[in-house]
Write a protein that binds this ligand. Structure first.
Ligand SMILES: NC(=O)c1ccc[n+]([C@@H]2O[C@H](COP(=O)([O-])OP(=O)(O)OC[C@H]3O[C@@H](n4cnc5c(N)ncnc54)[C@H](OP(=O)(O)O)[C@@H]3O)[C@@H](O)[C@H]2O)c1
Length: 261
């Protein structure tokens, strides 16, 4: 039996690189999953991947697939209602959905910035507020936020994304202070589609070198180990841990170093 056997998990961003890996590993670990993502086809494909790419027969199950656009508050509220209906026994929420965008602030269209804030920050807050009344009675209740190393220290040309990831960390700290069991995960750069996010302004094309990237399966494995141990702050690779140490002791060296590579 694993720490996730028969735990009822609501996961957002399940169709993406980290999300479908969370779905696959949670299913293998025996969880009962309610999966959400924006694009219904990607969500269905992720569910199929989770169920078919397992080394052994899946021991968990997928209870529901709930596509929703988290940039729209009405759609967030509808999603929360659907989750409450299909999973009144919910005991773990993983807020994983997120988008990126790069560029200096003055080059970023206001609507693009607002959309990023709505998906990365407002939606997790809104969903948490709506689902707390059902989750907080559960003995194993736990809420997980997928932040980023950029929620520990910012780098150039990514200020709004960083603001959302610092925001999640602050929100998680507040919920912890209120007595809830909350974990925040800080992945390093990982090989997923988010690295191809739109870039604004005239700067050189932003590219993270391949040798520097973590892989989704390892990041998710380490994240789930931290979630199972109910750790407050989870750094799912040595690069994420190293970044957090430098961010704490000498954050000013990170922007020039990032420009070099
Ligand atoms: N990869 C990295 O380097 C890295 C590093 C640190 C933190 N993170 C964080 O990890 C999380 C997962 O990202 P990822 O790397 O797996 O990126 P990804 O492959 O691009 O996945 C992003 C997920 O967010 C969903 N999403 C985007 N817009 C949405 C919307 N309007 N409504 C609902 N869902 C929406 C996508 O849904 P569809 O698939 O349906 O479009 C997708 O499932 C994000 O919060 C990201 O900030 C990633």
């Amino acid at each position: 039996m694993s720490a996730f056997t028969r735990r009822v998990v609501f996961l957002t961003g399940a169709g993406g690189g980290l999300g479908r890996e969370f779905a696959r590993q949670l299913l293998a670990a025996g969880a009962d999953l309610v999966l959400s993502s924006h694009n219904p086809q990607r969500l269905a494909a992720a569910a199929e991947y989770a169920a078919h790419k397992l080394p052994n027969k899946p021991v968990g199950r997928i209870r529901a697939l709930l596509p929703a656009d988290l940039s729209d508050p009405t759609s967030c509220d509808r999603l929360a209602q659907q989750v409450a209906q299909v999973a009144p026994d919910l005991d773990l929420i993983i807020h994983n959905a997120g988008i990126g965008l790069y560029g200096p602030l003055d080059a970023i269209p206001a609507e693009a910035a607002d959309r990023l804030l709505r998906i990365n920050l407002h939606a997790p807050i809104r969903l948490t507020a709506a689902l707390l009344p059902i989750i907080h009675h559960r003995p194993k209740a736990q809420i997980v936020f997928i932040s980023s190393i950029l929620g520990r220290a910012a780098l150039p040309n990514i200020s709004i994304y960083s603001a959302t990831k610092f925001g999640l960390r602050g929100f998680a700290g507040g919920l912890t202070a209120d007595g809830y069991c909350v974990s925040t995960v800080y992945p390093f750069f990982t090989q997923t589609d988010i690295l191809d996010s739109p870039q604004y302004g005239d700067g050189p094309a932003r590219r993270v070198p391949g040798w520097l990237l973590d892989q989704p399966s390892a990041v998710v494995r380490a994240s789930l180990a931290g979630i199972a141990a109910r750790r407050r702050h989870i750094f799912p690779s040595w690069k994420a841990r190293l970044y957090a140490v430098v961010a704490a002791v000498a954050p000013d060296i990170l922007p020039p170093f990032s420009r070099l590579i």
